[in-house]
Design a protein around this ligand. Structure first.
Ligand code: ZN
Length: 301
């Protein structure tokens, strides 16, 4: 198996969002599609690799957020089958609700950031069960339900018969750009710390030691990476808890959260350009909103 990491240069930034071309003995598959706004670039990169869009019969999605799956409908139109969590399948068949709830956050930036979205016919969508194996392109794609970042999140363990395995982790293994600093993307509405910690344990338990993050790319030291992610997830959640307890609003928490994150990044030696990539892949205001919502549900529901 050969894995090509395509850099979408989202908003002109290198190493913010990736999609992965997975070459097997019997063809080629795509893991993630990126947003519709970068679809043209993905098509170009794919043809530079010598493939044409119709060669892709199998599209594996981690979850349906637009930065991961916004262009899935285009691949569907070109005849591909799209694999997604059952909850995500319903949204891809009728994406209007998803689009409108994103519009409430992004307003008139919607088109610029994410492009457009169209429904995918039910016949082209397939929702695997937890642990189900899909045989495609001469490889085995195994779906693992990995909630925490999103309730409908999948990690894809991919292996060649009798060979090595890798895991495409979507967002459940966090965001790590240019090195060793890992952050948990925490957008609303689904953040669940307990579920996320269980998903991290599941990733630990898989035999594969290599991860591919959508934000961004190859991680070879799985144990250290997941340990850092867990530490930071708990640090962010615990930092947010007192704000939730006194029912603080997102706008009020934002500057303090930004200062908290910046201080930690500076201490870890992250430069300003890299910090901008982290922000594009994982905007701070989303994490504030998502973590406050998590605590509100837990403390007051
Ligand atoms: Zn993401």
């Amino acid at each position: 198996m050969t894995i090509h990491t395509l850099d979408l240069k989202f908003l002109g930034l290198a190493r913010a969002i990736a999609v992965f071309v997975v070459e097997g003995p019997k063809g080629v598959a795509l893991v993630e599609t990126g947003p519709h706004s970068t679809h043209e670039r993905v098509s170009e990169l794919v043809s530079e690799l010598g493939w044409s869009p119709s060669d892709f019969r199998h599209i594996f999605l981690s979850h349906i957020h637009f930065d991961h799956a916004g262009a899935a409908w285009v691949w569907g139109r070109q005849g591909a089958r799209v694999y997604v969590h059952p909850v995500g399948r319903a949204h891809l068949m009728a994406p209007e609700k998803l689009y409108q709830s994103a519009r409430r956050i992004y307003g008139d930036q919607m088109e610029h950031l994410w492009g457009t979205v169209e429904p995918i016919p039910e016949s082209q969508l397939y929702a695997p069960e937890h642990g189900e194996i899909i045989e495609a392109v001469g490889l085995r794609f195994r779906a693992w339900y990995t909630p925490g970042h999103a309730t409908h999140h999948l990690a894809w363990e991919v292996s060649e018969p009798g060979g090595n395995a890798v895991v495409f982790t979507g967002d459940v293994a966090g965001v790590c750009i240019n090195g060793h600093y890992v952050v948990p993307p925490c957008p609303p509405p689904d953040i669940n710390i307990e579920d996320w910690l269980s998903s991290i344990q599941l990733l630990h338990a898989l035999p594969a030691s290599t991860l591919y993050l959508t934000h961004f790319g190859l991680v070879e030291d799985k144990v250290r990476h997941l340990h850092d992610l867990e530490k930071r997830l708990l640090a962010w959640a615990n930092w947010m808890k007192p704000y939730a307890q006194r029912k603080a609003q997102v706008e009020e928490v934002m500057p303090e959260f930004l200062a908290f994150v910046r201080e930690d990044m500076t201490a870890a030696g992250i430069d300003a350009a890299t910090a901008a990539c982290y922000e594009a892949a994982n905007p701070a205001f989303m994490s504030v909103a998502g973590l406050l919502r998590y605590w509100n549900k837990k403390l007051f529901a």
